[in-house]
Design a binder for this molecule. Structure first.
Ligand SMILES: CC(C)(COP(=O)(O)OP(=O)(O)OC[C@H]1O[C@@H](n2cnc3c(N)ncnc32)[C@H](O)[C@@H]1OP(=O)(O)O)[C@@H](O)C(=O)NCCC(=O)NCCS
Length: 168
């Protein structure tokens, strides 16, 4: 499995409710079904939930982030011995330089610290980049939900469920 390594100049910091607007804005850019600021804050407030933000080193995140400061995020939730990666995204201009991998590694690290045995996620069957990323991290396919995602043109796509065992 890949280890946690950050691209040069990138820091991963913890997300809080104050980051809701920045996360929702990036979510809207990255997904067909955008989460509102309210939804993002609700997710972060769930028991066991966590958020991880990729920012330029030196950007202080505790007071919110300005436009463009958020390079990527991972949202997850540990509960009942398992962790689910709820969302992962990197802003378009910063993709392909390891930020998604760094966020995923940080989420895995967090799940380990939460002492869960498995990390789950769902990914659209046509998302080649995300699938490659998850396979690089040794995630294995465990399920398929037909017609789970609907693209704007009306195309229905299956969700693939992937799992990573965290038991050594
Ligand atoms: C999926 C996503 C988070 C990956 O972020 P990223 O910062 O580009 O990830 P990385 O730079 O760590 O690259 C991940 C892997 O994808 C590969 N990759 C990057 N761009 C690619 C492309 N256009 N085609 C195929 N593979 C690509 C990288 O090479 C890397 O694999 P490697 O280590 O074997 O080279 C990002 O593409 C994204 O935000 N997509 C939109 C939202 C999304 O689909 N989220 C996932 C939902 S399940």
């Amino acid at each position: 499995m890949k280890a946690l390594s950050l691209p040069d100049g990138i820091a991963v910091i913890a997300a809080h409710g104050v980051h809701g607007p920045a996360i929702a804005a990036l979510h809207k850019l990255c997904f067909d079904e955008a989460w509102s600021i309210f939804t993002v804050r609700q997710v972060l407030a769930m028991p066991g939930a966590f958020g991880l933000l990729a920012v330029e080193e030196g950007v202080v995140g505790t007071g919110g982030l300005g436009g463009g400061d958020l390079l990527g995020f991972a949202l997850g939730r540990s509960a009942a011995g398992e962790c689910e990666l709820l969302s992962l995204a990197v802003t378009t201009g910063e993709r392909g330089r390891g930020i998604g991998g760094a966020l995923l590694a940080a989420a895995i690290d967090r799940a380990r610290r939460d002492q869960v045995s498995r990390l789950f996620l769902e990914v659209a069957e046509d998302n080649a980049v995300a699938l490659r990323l998850y396979r690089n991290f040794s995630f294995r396919p465990v399920g398929r939900r037909p017609r789970y995602y609907r693209r704007p043109q009306g195309v229905a796509l299956a969700a693939l469920t992937y799992s990573l065992s965290l038991e050594d």
